[in-house]
Every structure is written in C-alpha cells, then in structure tokens.
Design a protein around this ligand. Sequence first.
Ligand SMILES: Cc1ncc(COP(=O)(O)O)c(C=O)c1O
Length: 457
Amino acid sequence: MLNDFSEFTVLAHKVCQWAAAFNQRLPDMSVADMTDPVPLPRSVPESGRGFNEAFNTFKELIAPHLSGSAGPRYWGFVTGGTTTAAQLADWLVSTIDQNVGSSGDSIASAIEQQTMEWLLEMVDLPNTFTGILTTGATASNMLGLTCGRQFAGYQQGIDIAEEGLSGSDIEVFSATPHASTLKCMAMVGLGRKAWRPVACLKDSEAMDVSDLERQLAASSSPGKIVVASAGTVTGNDFDNLALIADLCQQHKAWLHVDAAFGLFARLLSEKKAWSHGLENADSITSDAHKWLNVPYDCGIFFTRHSQVLRESCAADAAYLKTESKIPSFMNLGIENSRRFRALPLWMSLEAYGIDGIRDIVRANCGQAEQFANWLQSSEDFTLLKPARMNVVVFKPTKLEGSDVTRFLKQLNQTGEVYLTPGEWLGQAAIRAAFSNWQTRAEDVDRVCQLLQNLVRS
Ligand SMILES: Cc1ncc(COP(=O)(O)O)c(C=O)c1O
C-alpha cells in the first residue's frame, strides 16, 4: 500500500518539474476556466493505482481547468499570488507537517509568535498587541466579534464564554461591514439583525462619525461593538479610526477594525495616515493571502486584550497541557490542530524584508492609478471613483445594470483577465483589484486594449 516513500525523490522531481512549468505558463495561461465542471469519477477507487497514475489523472482531469488566480491578470476579489519564497516554504510546511496547536514540542509556535511580532513591527503597531494566524480575514473577523461579544457581556455582568448569550443585549455598529462580518455575526450568535447601520460620508463607504456618535449616545444597549473599516473592498475607504476609538472608549464599546488589505497601506508614507488611530483598536483583522502574497490560507488577527481572546477560545483538557512559555495557539483561535502557516510568511519576510513587501504594495497602487487614468481618459468607460489604493471601480459608459454584468462575463470569457462585479452608489460596476507581485504595467496596457476592443465590437 504505502510503499512509495522510498521513491519520494523521483516522484517529487516530477511534481517539481510540473510546478515549474505551471509557474512559467502562469502569465499567459487562461486566467479563468469558466466552462461547466467536467464530470468527475463517481466512486472512490477500491484499490489505489499509485501516485504516478493519480498524478497523471490530476494532469489530465484537473490541471486543464484551473484558474490563473496566482497570476498577474487575476484582478478579481482581492487575490494575492504567491512569491517564490512563500510557495516553497508552503511545500516545506506539508513536508514537516508540524501541528502548531500546542507549544512545547517544537520551535513552530515560537516562529508563529515571532512572525506576529514582525508583522506588528512592519506596520508600525505597538507590541501591546498580540496575534495569531488564522485561515483568513473571515476567521479573523470571527475572532474579533467573539472577543467583542465577550467584552460586551462583561458590561452586563455575563461571562458569555461560560454562560452563553442568553440574557445579553448586544448591538453592532458599522457603516460598510464586509460580507464576512455579517456572516460571522450570524455564526457567533449575535445575529445579522444586531447590525445598526451607521451612515456613510457623501460618495464614500467611510463612516459618518457624527452619526455613530448620535447612535451610540441614543443606544440603551449595555453591550456595544463597533466594526470599522481600514480599506473597504470596493471604494478603498478608511473610517476615521482615531475619532471612532475615542467614541468607543467613551461608550465602553469594543472596537474591531477590518483591515484585511488596508493594513499594508501603512507601508507607504503617503498613505499611512489613513489608518491613524488603528493603534487604539481593541482587535484588528488582516490577511496575508491577499497583499502579502503567501499561498492560501493565511489570515491575521491582533488584539490588545489577549486575556479576552483566551477566555473566549481556551481549550482545557489534561492531555492538552504544556509547560512551555510559548503560548499554545489552540487557546487563542478557532482550531485546536493547526497548520504551520507562519512559515511561508516568515520565509517571505526573511527573503524579501519589509522593502520587498513595500515594493509590491507600491507597484500595485501604481497599477491601479495607471488603469484608473486610462479609464478616465476613455470616452467608452466611466471611472466611478478616483483610485485611492489598489481597487479600481468602473463601468462601460453606455451600459447599466445587467448589461454591465453581461459585458463583464464576455470580458472574463476571453481568458485574458478576470474581474469581479461590484456596486458603487447603487450602480452596477466592475471592480479591478491589484494585489499580485507579478502584475506589471504591460498587463495593465494589455487589459486596456482588450477593454477598448470589446466595448467597440
Ligand atoms: C475587507 C475584507 N474583509 C474580509 C474579507 C474576507 O477575507 P477572506 O476571504 O480571506 O476570509 C475580505 C476579502 O476580500 C475583505 O476585503
């Protein structure tokens, strides 16, 4: 059965060759496979056919239908690629297969701890924060709401982790929560209806802080959570975190900030001030599989209240105890058993340093500006909002509603680029998000030409 370990070198060589060829083809392969899924074998094989056969089937059945999401013209959602250091480190993660749930049996937990400290240093946040890597910004938002819920429970004399939500009264104030925040509200038992929408500033997704002030003062709920944004997913708007943090302090509200990709704008001196006040947040979400270009999945969570996080997430059993001074990350997050997902991030930081990451962020912001400038100069397209950071939101000038969606589908079917839909001030729109290290100015030119040809065809 498992007699192929002795052939590891030969098998790995084959995989390595295929991977190198994939990497090379990536810039020119079809960016998305939009065909219907191929019929897959129905039942699990009774007897295995060996790795070589399984790999051949992968190459025939799966490989032709992959997307080029790690490549330079996948501009959908907010999708990072994977740098060489991160990619190879991720292979090592599978090889060494460490379980970074409890500490005390390897260096892995210490590396995760150091990686979190490095990240704080990189984005200039104080070391009063502690952190954990998660599976993504959704999981980080879940931890933020879980902590906020625990804190809000304390304001009404309830230890929610022990007693549950029954009898508690918690409201969540937010202007433009990401879809994942509402999903997490459903999942942590607050319910989507606990959302108190706060008004936005004119032509912006940023919070109108005076409306928040009014709503917090008017609220009779003893438990309050404010979810603010540092970089909204369409408009790239930043809430005024310094003012919001002051209000939260005044009204005993937990402040959670979703900075999934906006956190890294702090690497650019001209954009850093947008997230001024972030240091006063109670908890922060970010992502590494977006702008830090490590493979899926890798999210980031920070809090200034590690005790609240621990109370919310602790897993206690005799067999889980350890005497190590390094924290057991299972007590600080969702999973007990955890992948060594710090290694690709650690390796990227070792290999490229803060300067390397800053170069990616700067280049992507430049490409967004280049694309936005072209759209603005074109009579065939309307730029719906000036590009601030890495997302551009636009539409074909003469199209509205479902015609915009149809145009987008046609565009994506060319396989040259992949964009995703959006909405700006009630209008159907197309979003282009730049967050891949491989994207170049020539890619932007290529897509501009394509758009021009398509809209005039
Ligand atoms: C602002 C924001 N928050 C949360 C998320 C969810 O991230 P993930 O897909 O990593 O869970 C995203 C994803 O685009 C995002 O942009």
